[in-house]
Design a protein around this ligand. Structure first.
Ligand SMILES: Nc1nc2c(ncn2[C@@H]2O[C@@H]3COP(=O)(O)O[C@H]3[C@H]2O)c(=O)[nH]1
Ligand SMILES: [Zn+2]
Length: 314
């Protein structure tokens, strides 16, 4: 019971759980939101679906099943904290939770820029347009149609899920955030356009929400992310491809990577969602502000150390 309540908050610690346990926790999320009764989903169907999802995440440093779990759990937490059940329909919540679950399926550990520069199969298949996100959608469709054969319900929901997954391409970040900003002052939960943008924003927020978690949970995630980044830039150097600057081990460090990401990406996005749901301030905005302080201090300390080192040199 205590775990069930914990699961509804951003302070949940994923590092304490095995993958098999995470599958059970995901099942709890679907049942506690009453999706099984509302949509006549059979428990073994749900379990098969979750297991297929698990099997289609790769063993890579960051974009793995644990990341999928964290994003889904954050989405679940946000739904409870904002009392979203009283504002949106059940089907919308099902779409959002399932989008979070499927949003990085079969991620290869190299981002879109790499796919395009290296002219990978994915980039060729999708004509350089959000190759990864299109692939996550394709894999999600394969899994969903295997579990829910010939279901009209599936075809109706899946296109909304695709729109949410495609919105996680960070190349579209400003486009989506700006749309939300414009709607914000007169936001209407009954307006279909407004609802769609909000759903995309919630998936995006969940996707990049590690820094809203307690430092002990968030910092290991940063190590995983940098490991994947460095791995990509090393490959780029090896293959003579353009080196992605924010992934270059010679240029970025933990604090430098976080201070700019928090300032320019997280805070503007989280602030906008907090305007619509003021209760989120203490749950996601304040922890992110604390993380910015933490990494700014770390950045300053490193700089001072380097300067001292510099003056001592002959
Ligand atoms: N620097 C930094 N980037 C992040 C963090 N969390 C997510 N991102 C970036 O945001 C991106 C979201 O989409 P991707 O999963 O493709 O890749 C992710 C990372 O590039 C973070 O904590 N720090
Ligand atoms: Zn992701």
């Amino acid at each position: 019971e205590e775990v069930r309540e914990h699961l509804k908050t951003p302070i949940f610690d994923n590092w304490q759980w095995e993958e098999a346990e995470m599958l059970v926790l995901l099942q709890v999320m679907y049942t506690d939101l009453d999706f099984l009764t509302a949509f006549h989903i059979q428990l073994d169907n749900l379990q098969n679906f979750l297991f297929e999802v698990y099997c289609h995440y790769n063993t890579i440093p960051f974009h793995n099943f644990q990341h999928c779990f964290c994003v889904t759990q954050m989405m679940y937490g946000l739904m409870w904290l904002t009392d979203l059940r009283s504002k949106l329909e059940s089907i919308d919540l099902l779409i959002m939770l399932t989008s979070a679950l499927c949003h990085d399926l079969d991620h290869p550990g190299y981002n879109n820029v790499y796919q395009i520069n290296a002219q990978t199969d994915l980039a060729l298949r999708y004509n350089d347009m959000s190759p990864l996100e299109n692939h996550h959608c394709a894999v999600a469709f394969g899994i969903l149609s295997k579990v829910q054969k010939h279901s009209l319900f599936l075809f109706l929901t899946v296109c909304h899920i695709f729109r949410c997954i495609l919105a996680t391409d960070m190349a579209r970040h400003n486009e989506i955030l700006n749309k939300f900003k414009v709607m914000q002052p007169l936001f209407d939960f009954n307006n279909e356009d407004h609802k769609e943008v909000l759903m995309k924003i919630m998936v995006k927020v969940s996707d990049i929400s590690n820094e809203a978690r307690p430092m002990a949970v968030a910092e290991p995630w940063l190590d995983c992310l940098l490991q994947e980044f460095f791995n990509q830039s090393d490959t780029e150097k090896l293959k003579g491809l353009p080196v992605t600057p924010f992934m270059d081990r010679d240029k970025v460090s933990k604090p430098s990577s976080q201070t700019s990401f928090i300032r320019f990406v997280l805070l503007p996005l989280f602030t906008e969602l907090t305007k619509l749901f003021p209760c989120l301030e203490e749950h996601i905005l304040e922890p992110v502000q604390r993380a910015l302080q933490y990494y700014s201090e770390m950045e300053r300390a490193t700089k001072e150390e380097q300067e001292e080192g510099g003056t001592n040199k002959p």
